[in-house]
Ligand binder design. Structure first.
Ligand code: AMP
Length: 277
């Protein structure tokens, strides 16, 4: 991969990287579509990264479908699918960790200790291996995108980081490889995340006066509980700093994580001002 990327670089071709864990869906394909518009050579990495999974998480059962993924990527105009082995990425003496300290603390970082160190470390390795000029990520993983932007700036990586909007199923559910785990009633219950976000946006749009984050969060908690899901967090944060906000501003994002059917952890988020989304 390295040699191919270096060759493309020598030829003066612009390289885009789309990092994924595979089991590609329309959300991933939208990132590839964006990458095709931005660069001459598109690399998609498919790597279920053991370093970003906790001991009781779904690393072993995470859906994998490499052949199908390669076909989908090829159709989007991708030039290379990079799917390294875990042993190649992390040799027996591996011991380095990249940590974007503050941004990794709350939200998913609080629920999944060490997760974002795993993400930052593997993304930096992928950047070195694929030498991209631009890398494309989804806003679905809002905290991850902020962390990658921070790491890229802090380490002077000279890579443009592009964020793309969340792609949803027609009924509103944010697409995710983990939606494969949802069967029957769980698929229905999973809609509580996007419904709670819609309701929050409506609340903000219809309010004549300043509205507090607590009001939005209480309504969100209620809707998630009514659906029978287990809320892991609901926060109103500033889109740039990820700091909690006490009143809703134009920069406010509502971010939610909830467990569906007792075991499938899903996340979703959106800006709260309708006209700005
Ligand atoms: P994953 O394979 O889940 O690690 O995701 C790989 C990339 O795809 C990340 O940048 C995600 O934010 C992005 N992504 C995942 N789901 C969606 C979606 N529904 N819409 C847009 N981007 C997404």
């Amino acid at each position: 991969m390295s040699q191919q990327a270096a060759e493309w670089q020598r030829q003066g071709l612009k390289i885009a990287l789309v990092p994924t864990m595979g089991c590609l869906h329309a959300g991933h394909l939208s990132l590839m579509h964006k990458a095709v518009a931005l660069a001459d050579r598109i690399i998609v990495s498919i790597f279920v990264n053991p370093m970003q999974f906790g001991p009781n998480e779904d690393f072993g059962s995470y859906p994998r479908q490499l052949e199908m993924d390669c076909r989908l990527a090829e159709k989007e105009g991708v030039h290379a699918v990079f799917c390294p082995d875990a042993q190649d990425m992390y040799g027996p003496s591996f011991q380095t960790k990249v940590s974007v300290a503050n941004l990794s603390q709350g939200m998913c970082g609080a629920d999944r200790p060490g997760h974002f160190d795993g993400v930052a470390t593997v993304v930096l390795k992928l950047f070195h291996l694929t030498r991209p000029d631009v890398a494309v990520f989804g806003q679905k993983d809002f905290q991850q995108l902020a962390i990658i932007r921070r790491m890229t700036a802090d380490l002077n990586l000279n890579i443009e980081i592009v964020g793309c909007p969340i792609v949803r199923d027609p009924d509103g559910l944010a697409m995710s490889s983990r939606n494969k785990y949802l069967q029957g009633e769980s698929r229905n219950q999973a809609l509580c995340l996007s419904k709670a976000i819609l309701a929050a946006r409506r609340l903000v749009a219809e309010s004549q006066t300043e509205i507090s984050a607590d009001t939005v969060i209480s309504q969100t908690r209620e809707l998630i509980a009514q659906a029978g899901a287990k809320l892991e967090y609901a926060v109103v944060i500033n889109k740039d700093s990820l700091q909690n906000e006490s009143v809703i501003t134009e920069k406010s994002v509502l971010a939610i994580a909830a467990k569906i059917g007792g075991k499938v952890r899903l996340i979703d988020n959106a800006r709260l001002f309708l006209e700005r989304v």
